[in-house]
Design a protein around this ligand. Structure first.
Ligand SMILES: Cc1ncc(COP(=O)(O)O)c(C=O)c1O
Length: 482
């Protein structure tokens, strides 16, 4: 693999206004440390040479050298004479986070799962219709590796209604989006292949890629969203086989990819022969904007494979999702499936097809419920934790919160003591800690959100009550390690 290199100009831009009180070399070292911990600088990449960074920042080479030495002493850089420094984490820093307590724990308020309960009545009604329709299918053998024709047609019709002509033959029904992704990864990658992903991204996508022994190449999202130049640099430096993106109400950050970036990334993937997989699981949950058009509508050359799901729009317990792809790709995926499973249950698919007949009125109610819950969560955060920063997402299920200190892992470690189930940034990072981030879903009822923030605020105040710890970045780094 070609090693990723960070250009001095790019690093100077990322550093922004890094200067502060105290010696320049220490300020610079701590700013670089923060970029590494926040996942903005990829691990195992080369930092710029002392000379080029000195030029880009208008500093002396000695200052850069001293900074790099501090980073090396603190375990963030691997330096050898004559070779550019390689970014790493201190030993023990990237061990998996504290395991989440089980979902069934009776007294915990769940701030870890971004998923809604089943809508009252609707799912039951869908299954009642499914059972009524079932007798037609009983004389058949019931094995449908590509999916029930009625559901494939319903999914295709929804794409067409949203402006992307699609035939039922282009759709493969799966057990949810997660199954769809692992099927795609199994068919289109081999062990050792590079796969571009956003950093942060959906953790089970990372699990699927690791499970297939892919080499994950994280591309950092900026606070504003996707950086096409960073994508271009990563694609050209690493020759990836596949790229995985969540363009609509990205999990966990909530970003919505602008049209121009969609076009740029689609073109880049075509030029670099990278299979572009877009996960549109959250697309229906548009709260302040119209439901985005299908990503593949940008793609005149059939380079995009789309994943969809009923889990967030309706209910995760349906276990229904799909892949939309060029017809030959869909057939290949359907054929490959037989080594693991032979298709999705007929009753579930009948229920899904019924739900998709006229989803509009229900989805509007769900969007309204989410808007109201988002408002409760933001109101409570503004009131009880005003120093926590977040961007109001135009859709999706959660807020991506930036903490004033890198204490995400510490909050998670202490959460059960306060009756909370929490998940912090590290769950969403391939490497690095994202220790300053926390994902807070607004999927629970208002009363629970209210109580949850109160408990979170009490926990936070207890953790940061010691001022001397708060202001020393090196102490903060040690806090991250447990
Ligand atoms: C972006 C994304 N993709 C996929 C999934 C998994 O969806 P499913 O339940 O359809 O497998 C989720 C669930 O949280 C998700 O947020």
């Amino acid at each position: 693999m070609t090693q990723r290199k960070i250009a001095a100009t790019v690093l100077a831009q990322l550093l922004g206004g890094w200067t502060g009180r105290g010696p320049a070399y220490l300020n610079l070292a701590h700013s670089l440390q923060h970029l590494i911990l926040d996942g903005r600088l990829p691990l195992a990449a080369y930092l710029p040479s002392e000379r080029t960074l000195a030029e880009a920042l208008g500093l002396s080479r000695n200052t850069i050298k001293a900074s790099y030495n501090v980073l090396q002493d603190e375990g963030f850089l691997y330096l050898r004479p004559g070779v550019r420094g390689v970014i790493r984490l201190p030993a023990g820093a990237s061990t998996p986070g504290v395991p989440l307590p089980p979902l069934t724990h009776p007294h915990l308020l769940d701030f870890a799962s971004a998923a809604l309960p089943a809508p009252e009545g609707l799912i039951h009604e869908a299954y009642t219709h499914a059972l009524t329709a079932l007798p037609t299918y009983l004389p058949t053998h019931g094995y449908l590796p590509l999916g029930l024709p009625a559901l494939r047609s319903a999914v295709a019709a929804r794409y067409a209604a949203r402006g992307l002509p699609t035939t039922a033959e282009q759709v493969v029904i799966t057990f949810g989006a997660q199954h769809a992704l692992s099927l795609i990864v199994r068919v289109f990658t081999s062990p050792g292949d590079r796969v571009l992903v956003d950093q942060p991204t959906y953790p089970h996508a990372l699990d699927a890629l690791r499970g297939a022994s892919c080499r994950i190449v994280p591309v950092a999202l900026t606070p504003e969203g996707w950086d096409p130049d960073a994508w271009a640099a990563a694609a050209r430096q690493t020759s990836p086989r596949l790229a995985y993106l969540i363009p609509d109400f990205h999990n966990p950050t909530g970003h919505l990819m602008p049209d121009a970036v969609r076009t740029q990334i689609t073109r880049l993937c075509r030029e670099t022969r990278t299979l572009l997989v877009v996960d549109e699981t959250l697309t229906d949950l548009a709260l302040d904007v119209p439901v985005p058009s299908p990503f593949a509508g940008n793609d005149r050359y059939d380079t995009v494979v789309s994943i969809g799901s009923m889990s967030k729009s309706f209910w995760g317990g349906l276990r229904l999702g799909w892949i939309r792809a060029p017809r030959d790709v869909a057939e290949r995926l359907g054929a490959a499936r037989s080594s693991v499973d032979l298709g999705t249950p007929v009753v579930e698919q009948l229920a899904g097809a019924w739900l998709l007949q006229d989803p509009g009125p229900f989805l509007e109610r769900r969007q309204q419920q989410l808007r109201e819950q988002r408002e409760v969560l933001t109101e409570q955060l503004n009131l009880q934790l005003p120093e926590w920063i977040y961007r109001l997402p135009e859709g999706g299920l959660s807020l991506w919160v930036t903490l004033p200190q890198p204490i995400g892992p510490a909050l998670v470690a202490q959460a059960t003591r306060f009756g909370l189930r929490l998940t912090a940034g590290e769950r969403f990072a391939h490497d690095g800690l994202l220790a300053r981030q926390l994902r807070l879903p607004f999927t629970r009822p208002a009363a629970e959100l209210h109580e949850g923030v109160t408990r979170l605020a009490t926990l936070y105040r207890e953790l940061v009550s010691d001022d001397s710890r708060r202001n020393d970045p090196r102490v903060n780094v040690q806090l991250d390690m447990y």
